[in-house]
Design a binder for this molecule. Sequence first.
Ligand SMILES: Cc1cc2nc3c(=O)[nH]c(=O)nc-3n(C[C@H](O)[C@H](O)[C@H](O)COP(=O)(O)OP(=O)(O)OC[C@H]3O[C@@H](n4cnc5c(N)ncnc54)[C@H](O)[C@@H]3O)c2cc1C
Length: 649
Amino acid sequence: MSDPKLISKIPEGPLKDKWSKRKAEIRIVSPNNKRKLEVIVVGTGLGGASAAASLGEMGYNVKIFCISDSPRRAHSIAAQGGINAAKNYQNDNDSIYRLFYDTIKGGDYRSREANVYRLAEVSASIIDQCVAQGVPFAREYGGYLANRSFGGVQVSRTFYARGQTGQQLLLGAYASLNKEIANGTVKSYPRHEMLDLVIINGEAKGIIARNLVTGEIERFGAHAVVLATGGYGNTYFLSTNAMNSNGSAAMQAYRKGAFFANPCFAQIHPTCIPVHGDQQCKLTLMSESLRNDGRIWVPKKMEDVLKLRKHEIKASQIPEEDRDYYLERRYPAFGNLVPRDVASRAAKERCDAGFGVNETGLAVFLDFADAIKRLGHQRVQERYGNLFDMYEKITSSSPWEEPMMIYPAIHYTMGGLWVDYDLQTTIPGLYAIGEANFSDHGGNRLGASALMQGLADGYFILPYTIGDYLSHKFAEPKTDTNAPEFDAAEKAVKERIAKIFAVKGTETVDSIHKKLGHIMWEYVGMARNEAGLKKGIEEIGKLREEFWKNVRVPGTNEEFNQELEKALRLVDFFDIGELMARDALHRKESCGGHFREEMQTEEGETKRDDVNFMYVGAWEYKGEGKEPELHKEDLKYENIKIATRNYKD
Ligand SMILES: Cc1cc2nc3c(=O)[nH]c(=O)nc-3n(C[C@H](O)[C@H](O)[C@H](O)COP(=O)(O)OP(=O)(O)OC[C@H]3O[C@@H](n4cnc5c(N)ncnc54)[C@H](O)[C@@H]3O)c2cc1C
């Protein structure tokens, strides 16, 4: 039985009718009443921009906030590979059910059936909407939209715009958003960072934000608040995420009563450019789309590995029979297109066994020689040209001549704020969408499904479901930002900032954050165990103390001060890191990206424990320094056979 505090509001009835049923039940706000209602949307990535544009078009008064100087610079712009949709354009027997099935299986049976089915159901509409906006998806000769494959599936359902899909989708959403800004329904606040959530009578009623240019602490009120603030992958310091990505808004909500679900489910992406030095602050993803045609391998012979490391031979000189295409060997049915968690662990296994191909021993090859022979230079250039250029610019090695070197890196977080079927958190009036929520990807997200989820949430789900809440609110006056709750929240924010300046230590924020990253990678990384997780929690605690004793943040609040911004975010990363470790410690099973070394098969595959852990773990904040409380939402699979994930046959 699920915890009574976690009411998922999944509609009764057959799976395929649930969303229609819910939409039919949802109360609608009439156009003249929509004009009286205000909604705050924090975040302008694909989730936030699409939601704000849709809500504005519907007639609500929307205020939208972001850290960057323009909404269109959100992290979503970095997405390269594509967006999934069950259109079956390739006539390869794709369907809503198959997308649903692949997503549940890919997530290792730790996501909600009803949410995932709805995601698959609305996926086709997303493509139609984006095409209508003018998003330049790749097309076939005859004019149909082109598709490619991503990991964990056996059909081609990924729509793409070269290696810039996120950018093109975001430009589409941004254009729609701008239309609403021009119409006056959306007011945009770039360079404003939310630093607290304001709750009045148990409901979300506004935010406190810092104007990042002037340092002014400002108050904003609304009838409801939507968080579209992205994931918390940067807890690890080095990740593929944008430098500004952070988990602070989610943590502020958590401290005000929103439950945080499955924090330990973090995704490690197999195809990133390996770490190459101590001074690095960012990792670069090489898109998963490359695994459509690229083949992953390491040498079979240790002598070749050693020669490679000494630069005595090149990869291309190693004969075919001396190469170990380990994914094709271990997973014949899916080969190089196994899901990310599986591919990442397999790379780690080969490198741990000593077969890593660069100086650090932490790299494997991604090779296009066969693809170039098979497809020709021009086709490969059309498909991956910009990714090849990017790789060459960073590494000075041309993928046309030698294979790329890749290694797993932190990329995405499946955990996030717990939301019900309406995408509402445990705080009434507070919604979470996109990567900021936990909803659809279980223990592991399939490639090209984050863009799908962000746009599904923003264009097609939240704009309806939030109406149900707002339909009870139009008679309420506008939120009074002079209310004592705003006073208290603003005071707390100002005190937090003053406390950071008061430390006056000697260490930079980045140097402490880097240490946190090392702790996270070591103890809460690709493989976890009980002793390591306990040690990780201890180390995070010590580092937090070090921060409060020795951090140095120069300048003042009353100016553009990125050191202060980073320090405020790092305070939250400590808490997220600890929560991740705590969640990982309690989840004594291996599933998806969460690999507990104690729970593995003889072949080194994940060993789930469906009897004891088939639930969403949602954590409730209990106060500073106190242990959070775990609540469980049971997961029921009535429309899909629960099985051990198998990508071998
Ligand atoms: C390199 C890379 C490539 C990827 N490629 C793909 C792909 O091909 N396909 C796919 O499906 N997924 C991909 N992903 C994942 C996908 O890009 C993200 O999951 C998705 O874009 C997240 O969108 P979002 O709207 O939830 O949040 P984001 O795009 O992260 O936007 C967050 C927004 O919140 C704002 N914000 C955050 N905190 C605050 C605050 N406190 N106050 C005010 N504003 C705040 C930010 O300024 C920003 O506007 C990729 C990810 C990476 C890192």
